[in-house]
Each structure stands twice: as C-alpha cells, then as structure tokens.
Design a protein around this ligand. Structure first.
Ligand code: HPA
Length: 294
C-alpha cells in the first residue's frame, strides 16, 4: 500500500494533501498503458463488480485476465469475495472491461487509490460504467434479494477523489452531479427489467466509510434524509467517473435490511448468502442491459 494516506505507525489518516494525491496523470497513464497492452482492444463499457457479484466476469468470451498485482499503482483488494483482477473481452458483442473486486476506503486505501482504476478505464477508452454493489435496505418496502437501480447518491464518506489540483485534461474543477446516474441509462435498465418481468426498485444509495455497520439511529437518520439503501462503496468511483465524462449506471443488490429494521444482527455472511441467491437474476438483468448500452 504505497502512496496512500494511512499511516500505520500512528494508526491515523494523514492529512490529504498534494503529495498524497496519487491520482497523478503519470500513475493513471502507467496503469492504463499496461492494461492497454495486455488487452489489445478498446473497451467501451467498464463494470465494477461488487461483493459476491464477480461471476459476471466468468461469462466473458475468451477472457483476458490481469491480476491487479500486474498493474502499476493498482492496490490489491483484501476483502473476502473480491478476487482482485481485471477481466476484459467481449460480452454479448460488447467490448468490456470488468473489475472483479474493488477497493474500499475501509481497507485503508485513499480515495485516490479507490478511484485510480476508474481513471485508468477512462484512459483506455471506457465511455460507460456499470457499478454494482451489495447494500443494506433502508426503505421499509424493500426486502433482501431485491435489486435497486441507483437514482442518486448521498456521499456520507466525506471523501472526494477530486480534492487536490484538478487535471483539466480529465475534467472540470467543479463537475455537475445533478445527473450522476444517467437518466438515459436508467430508462434502459427499467425497460429491460420490465421486458424480463423482473421487479427493479429505484432509489438513493448512501455511501459510508464502514467497516462497522450502521447503528439503528444512523439508519433512521438516513431514511429521514432520503436514502433507500446503504453501502460502503461506489460514491467515490462514481464521482471520478462523472468528472471524466463517463456515463454511469448503478445497481445495488439489497443483501440485508439495514440495522434496526429486523430484530437480528447484521453479518457479512448474510450479505454473501443473499448475493449468492440473487446472482442469477442479477446476471440476467445485466446481460440483457449490456447490449443496449449504446
Ligand atoms: N450497511 C452497509 N453496507 C452494506 C450493508 C449494510 O447494511 N449491506 C451490504 N453492505
């Protein structure tokens, strides 16, 4: 974990400053160069596969697999259920690149490390990004196993990957976030779900640092401020993608009800069990959406 802001000796996050901004154009280009060389084509769609949703990568025809450890400046993901490799190829006729395993702030990575792969994807030609995650249901009408299209997010990580000098080549200093999750792509997702007869919720995702789950009081607050689902990823990646002009589609798998809703404790096992159960449905939805993403 070089270049990040976690100071292991003192157990504290260092002040985010210019020198810790690892989203330097040089680092992004170095990572992109290796990926470009290895895959040898320009992927149009990037996918970030969340906890337990990595099996989508197994459906790529003639996959090119690049372990994160082979890519300069890529951190290596440490969470169970996150493999840590980039998989590229064709899926339903679309050139894609997938992150099988993502980086989380709770692992100790900086917001710049978490978003470096997104910027590298942009550098190799990605124009659309499909982000997926497992999330806790805050909306009381949701149930575990539901899929939720992300309409918008609330950034409760209080980290932003754009802090520091702005790379004008990449995007503007103050990017608009009024349509972070493309209304056009949401329309495609909703009509695809209808066509398949799959129920698809649509709601607001609130992203937190974690890794402890929320308290019931926090969940009540987040419901009050308009959140429908809660998780520990996605928001930083989406901010970086929007900054770079990438169109975003987000899908959450509601893996559990958030804290305090049911009379039972939360566990990572429950999250993994539910994602395992809905993976067929999730796959069917994403595989039908992908060819329509023009
Ligand atoms: N809270 C936060 N993150 C999560 C949850 C949750 O309930 N479920 C899956 N990821």
């Amino acid at each position: 974990m070089k270049n990040n802001e976690y100071d292991g000796e003192n157990g504290e996050m260092r002040e985010m400053g210019q020198q810790s901004n690892v989203a330097s154009a040089a680092n992004i280009q170095e990572a992109a160069a290796v990926i470009r060389e290895r895959i040898g084509f320009e992927p149009e769609i990037g996918l970030v596969l969340g906890s337990g949703l990595g099996m989508l990568a197994d459906l790529i025809e003639q996959p090119i697999v690049i372990p994160y450890s082979d890519i300069p400046h890529f951190p290596v993901s440490t969470v169970e259920g996150h493999a840590g490799e980039l998989v590229a190829g064709q899926i339903k006729g679309k050139p894609v690149v997938m992150m099988k395993g993502r980086f989380h702030l709770y692992e100790g990575y900086s917001v710049y490390e978490v978003t470096l792969p997104i910027r590298a994807m942009k550098a190799i030609g990605v124009q659309k990004l499909v982000v997926t995650n497992a999330a806790g249901g805050i909306n009381l009408s949701y149930k575990p196993g539901d899929l939720m299209l992300i309409r918008d997010h609330i950034n409760f990580t209080f980290r932003n990957p754009l802090i520091g000098p702005n790379d004008n080549e990449l995007g503007v200093r103050f990017p608009d976030m009024s349509e972070a999750y493309s209304a056009r792509l949401r329309g495609i997702a909703q009509s695809t779900a209808k066509e398949l007869g799959l129920p698809l919720q649509e709601g607001v995702y609130v992203g937190l640092l974690g890794p402890s789950y929320e308290t019931p009081a926090e969940i009540r607050m987040m419901r009050t401020i308009g959140a429908d689902a809660v998780g520990m990823s996605t928001v930083a990646e989406v901010i970086a993608a929007r900054h770079a002009g990438i169109e975003v589609l987000g899908i959450s798998c509601i893996s559990n009800m958030a804290a305090g809703i049911l009379d039972q404790p939360l566990s990572h096992e429950e999250v993994m069990d539910t994602t395992e159960k809905v993976k067929e449905t999730f796959l069917r939805l994403v595989l039908t959406i992908l060819p329509k993403l023009d």
